[in-house]
Design a protein around this ligand. Structure first.
Ligand code: SF4
Length: 437
């Protein structure tokens, strides 16, 4: 069931965008400035804002995000000032000025790392820059051990509607082994505060296949997660991206390179969790997330992004998309802050997408929901999906990964559990096998 991971196991399977990041280039950044400098026109897409809060108490051994574990409160405050300046600069651009926000996503890193006072100070400046009156969702990621009762209430008071708690697992030995900072005691300590605060929606995250995972431990984690009674549960399958502690051990050929469950076992654990969640009254809302029936749980950030919404990226290393132009901020702490303090945008690379690339992007991202609505693509792109991607869909049907009808395309359970590995079949030839970094 478990095997020693090798170099061939390394890399991301999870697909978060198209075309791959390695195609984004510094010489395309002017395309973004052109977008920012023009009026939005009569019916611009919904507008969102992503904030990257890159601080964590400790670095998880499987983490590949740009995070810092050594910043003092002065440095955190300088960073938050940079974030606010960045948002204020966006608000002054003709393409964005006066437009209301549709969704806000506080991601990380660990947004709940910052203090209530720091959070409030940031939000006051955010609300001065952009109207929150038409907001559909404010999502906020939390790490259990960083929460206090006062902080949970501060998070609620700023207007967060969807609190997402990173449980990852419900066994302390597994959490410790994988380098997580929090304990199960901290999970049980913060859940009553979260319930008392009455957020519109509480999501919890799990990871299937962490180092040391067994069937018994996973069954127990699934049951304990159900007992916490969240509104939605998101399950990711463990991956081994290159720039992680685990990957380094594997590449160094260490004798104690980690033992991981096979992809098939990770998929079996994922499938088991979804079956148990279904018995407990949850229904799938994507390949990764189930939601409790009757509670109206939704995920505006995901749905808007997967339908081509505009999203400003703020924070070091973060990714955005405005009127068809992808872009990413610099990954350097100093460059990020110094550029903002000079009054410029800290953007490192961009890509002006073609209509075909936008069609592929929405097709593969929406396929992660488990179904596609061909009429949406007819209306928006003027194409018949099954004509446009005939061979990719035939392959999926032949391999029993999907069922295809003129009014709906639906992944089977088998297809849903490995959706990310199916998506490259939709890519243009020059983007297949290209690194996603
Ligand atoms: S909490 Fe999340 S962002 Fe922070 S180190 Fe762990 S995986 Fe990375």
């Amino acid at each position: 069931m478990t095997e020693r991971a090798t170099e061939s196991d390394l890399g991301n399977v999870f697909v978060s965008n198209y075309p791959p990041y390695s195609r984004w280039e510094p010489d395309q950044v002017p395309a973004l400035h052109e977008v920012l400098g023009a009026a939005p026109g009569p019916e611009p897409p919904d507008l969102g804002l992503y904030l990257h809060i890159p601080f964590c108490r400790k670095r998880c051994k499987f983490c590949y995000f740009r995070v810092y574990t050594d910043k003092n409160s002065k440095e955190v405050e300088r960073y938050l000032d940079g974030l606010a300046r960045e948002i204020e600069s966006y608000a002054a651009q003709p393409y964005l000025a006066g437009r209301p926000l549709h969704f806000v996503y506080f991601g990380g890193g660990t947004p709940s790392f910052i203090s209530p006072k720091q959070l409030l100070g940031l939000v006051v400046r955010m609300k001065d820059a952009f109207s929150w009156s038409e907001l559909d969702e404010v999502a906020f990621e939390c790490e259990p051990g960083t929460l206090t009762e006062a902080k949970v209430h501060a998070i609620k008071d700023i207007g967060v509607t969807r609190l997402s708690l990173g449980l990852e697992h419900m066994n302390d030995a597994i959490l410790r082994e994988n380098g997580r900072a929090h304990t199960t005691k901290e999970i049980h300590r913060c859940m009553p505060w979260i319930r008392d605060a009455a957020f519109q929606q509480v999501n919890v995250d799990l990871i299937a296949g962490m180092l040391g995972e067994t069937w018994d431990l996973w069954r127990d984690t699934v049951q304990q997660t159900i007992d916490l009674d969240p509104d939605s549960i998101t399950v990711y399958q463990m991956e081994l991206p290159y720039n992680t502690v685990y990957a380094k051990k594997i590449l160094d050929g260490d004798d104690d390179a980690p033992l991981f469950a096979s992809w098939q076992t990770r998929r079996d654990w994922h499938a088991y969790a979804f079956e148990e969640f279904a018995k407990a009254g949850f229904e799938p809302s994507s390949a990764y997330t189930v939601k409790k029936k009757g509670r109206g749980a939704r995920f505006t950030y995901r749905d808007a992004l997967w339908r081509g919404a505009d999203m400003m990226a703020t924070g070091v290393s973060s990714f955005g998309h405005l009127r068809g132009v992808h872009y990413q901020n610099t990954s350097s702490w100093d460059a990020y802050l110094e550029t903002l303090e000079r009054g410029s945008f800290p953007i490192d690379r961009a890509l002006e997408t073609s209509p075909k690339e936008r069609l592929i992007r929405e097709t593969i991202l929406q396929l992660k929901l488990g179904h596609l609505d061909p009429s949406y693509f007819r209306d928006k792109f003027g194409v018949e999906l099954t004509d446009e991607f005939g061979s990719a869909f035939s392959e999926l049907e032949r391999d029993r990964m999907a069922t295809i009808h003129s009014d709906t395309i639906r992944l089977t359970q088998q297809g849903l559990l490995q959706v990310d590995s199916l998506l490259p079949a939709f890519y243009e030839p020059q983007n297949r096998g290209v690194a996603y970094v």
